[in-house]
Design a protein around this ligand. Structure first.
Ligand code: SAM
Length: 274
């Protein structure tokens, strides 16, 4: 488009193309953030037209992230977190939750979208225990070997690998299972994997409809079956309660809604490498 060509020639950074929507910025719209552009809001609007619950779903996704990180830092003694597809900084980021439980906790954020590094740098300027890496998890060895990853993460010690709301941005031909396998091979025993994903609901055609909208407007999007999601945990021991609708993973408060689309469209769990 005109906007696209113009931005890429004259924009502040060749990497920041405000004429093309990105997953990080569309998700920022869902969380009522400010770091998004008209193209991102258009994708968010089209997605919400198909599934109006998406904003609530994003909040559930943030809430389970917080519960998992707090649990692993406070109860399982995990001090290193590799947050893959971390998204734009928002309210209560991984390092804040982890460092509340353990001030020594170290977090490496990885995202393909350079806007995450641009915004992350500002909020992390004074935190030696946190870094932001711009990298593509479809190249897991590069992510693992990146100097900023190595600076904070000792792969001889247990680490929590976070794949929260990212694997549904990978198509099957991009081999998300192979990526998880490579990561699992690379980490020490005692490490954890936390994964959440869009889940195909047999009783809700909107889950398949949303996949079409995301694929056509964002160029990524794969809504997986519960079986496909379970396969990501191959070789890991699932923590109770297993792979469940997000609000049901060790809730802080009694769960009043476990049956709506908002509660069930994303599922997730935590697995341990023994
Ligand atoms: N993890 C955060 C959360 O759950 O709140 C953000 C999830 S957001 C829906 C997905 C993020 O994954 C986006 O920021 C996007 O840029 C990132 N992403 C998508 N594909 C990626 C890839 N191949 N490598 C690294 N990051 C990727």
């Amino acid at each position: 488009s005109w906007a696209r060509g113009r931005e890429s020639r004259t924009g502040p950074s060749a990497d920041l193309d405000t004429g093309v929507p990105t997953a990080a910025r569309v998700y920022d719209v869902m969380l009522d953030g400010k770091d998004n552009y008209a193209v991102d809001r258009a994708v968010a609007e089209a997605s919400l037209a198909v599934m109006p619950e998406l904003k609530e779903i994003a909040i559930h996704n943030r809430a389970i992230l917080h519960r998992v990180v707090r649990h692993l830092a406070a109860e399982e003694g995990i001090t290193q977190f590799l947050d893959l597809g971390s998204g734009l900084p928002t309210a209560r980021n991984t390092h804040e939750v982890a460092q509340e439980a353990n001030p020594e906790a170290r977090v490496v954020y990885v995202d393909i979208d350079p806007i995450v590094l641009a915004h992350g740098r500002a909020i992390l300027a004074n935190d030696d225990n946190t870094r932001v890496v711009t990298a593509d998890i479809r190249e897991p060895q590069r992510v693992l070997a990146h100097p900023d990853t190595r600076a904070l993460i000792d792969f001889d010690q247990p680490v929590c690998v976070i794949l929260c709301g990212i694997l549904h941005h990978l198509l099957d031909e991009e081999d998300p299972r192979g990526i998880v396998d490579a990561l699992r091979e690379a980490v020490a025993p005692g490490s954890f994997f936390f994964i959440t994903n869009f889940t195909r609901l047999g009783d809700a055609p909107e889950s398949a409809e949303l996949e079409k909208v995301l694929l056509s407007q964002l160029g990524t999007g794969r809504v997986r079956t519960p079986q496909e999601l379970a396969e990501f945990f191959t070789g890991l021991e699932l923590l109770t309660p297993g792979i469940v609708p997000l609000p049901l993973w060790r809730p802080d408060e009694p769960v009043t809604d476990a049956t709506s689309i908002a509660a069930r469209f994303m599922t997730g769990g935590v697995g341990r490498k023994n």
